[in-house]
Design a protein around this ligand. Structure first.
Ligand code: APR
Length: 231
């Protein structure tokens, strides 16, 4: 069965009411990345970091998947679909997508600050100082912070290499190594990018740029792929 691979970013969830990072009014306008999304910030003020992710976890739990998430789940009825997301919300899963790889972790998960293998699903619950894992160590958000390694990167790259059709939705493609995934797609396959703006691609030459929001552009592209198939 033909394999469709989708790379999504914050723009995918913008239509569900979740702020992106670098657009006007984005998250990084209100917060200092180094204070709330880095190990140094955690070591300096863990409560501030926990509060930042508690707010985002609450917002994500109150958001609903949009027509873009739903359209991607619909394509799974006809093709093998792998979603690689930079997003930490669970809107793809809640829309029905089955193969979702979270490059930057998940808001619903927490892990021991000492043993990254001790991971727990905390749903929409807030995390507090004193919440510990079974090893007695403080629980931290299971999120990849700036400057930390991206454990799923190798797996993600091998998935992109297998794509018969590649779609990028709602990412500025400025954060590495995730942005480098576009280089792993095979030459000659169909490649689409859905974004109201023109992201940081060294060339749009091999890409079809659908200048649209995820909620508007994804359903139409899904219909086209289901009707015409993947060559
Ligand atoms: N539909 C589709 N795309 C949209 C929409 C929308 N409604 N609104 C905005 N966009 C696009 C913007 O034009 C931009 O290209 O989504 C992209 C958002 O870019 P960023 O805010 O940089 O988000 P992202 O690319 O996901 O950031 C990557 O940076 O901060 C880290 O770990 C964080 O995973 C995140 C990573």
């Amino acid at each position: 069965m033909k394999h469709l691979v989708v790379l999504t970013g914050a723009g995918m969830s913008a239509d569900s009411g979740l702020a992106t990072f670098r657009d006007a009014g984005g998250l990084w306008e209100g917060y200092d990345i180094n204070e709330v999304a880095s190990i140094d910030g955690w070591n300096r003020n863990p409560e501030k970091v926990l509060e930042f992710y508690n707010l985002r976890r609450k917002q994500a739990s109150e958001a609903e998947p949009n027509e873009g998430h739903i359209a991607l789940a619909r394509i799974e009825e006809s093709f093998n679909v792998s979603i690689i997301t930079q997003n930490v919300d669970d809107l793809h899963e809640r829309a029905g997508s089955k193969n979702v790889l979270h490059l930057h972790g998940e808001l619903r998960k927490a892990r021991s600050i000492k043993n990254s293998k001790l991971v727990y699903d905390i749903g929409s619950k807030p995390l507090k100082l004193g919440d510990t894992a079974e090893d007695g160590e403080q629980l931290r958000p299971d999120i990849v912070w700036f400057g930390e390694p991206v454990p799923m990167m190798e797996k993600a790259a091998s998935i992109v290499e297998q794509a018969d059709l590649f779609i990028v939705i709602g990412t500025s493609l400025v954060v590495y190594p995730a942005a480098g995934l576009v280089d792993y797609s095979q030459p000659g396959i169909s490649k689409y990018i859905i974004d109201p703006a023109t992201p940081e691609l060294y060339t749009l030459q091999d890409w079809v740029h659908i200048k649209s929001t995820a909620a508007e552009g994804t359903p139409d592209l899904a219909d086209q792929i289901i009707k015409d198939g993947i060559d």
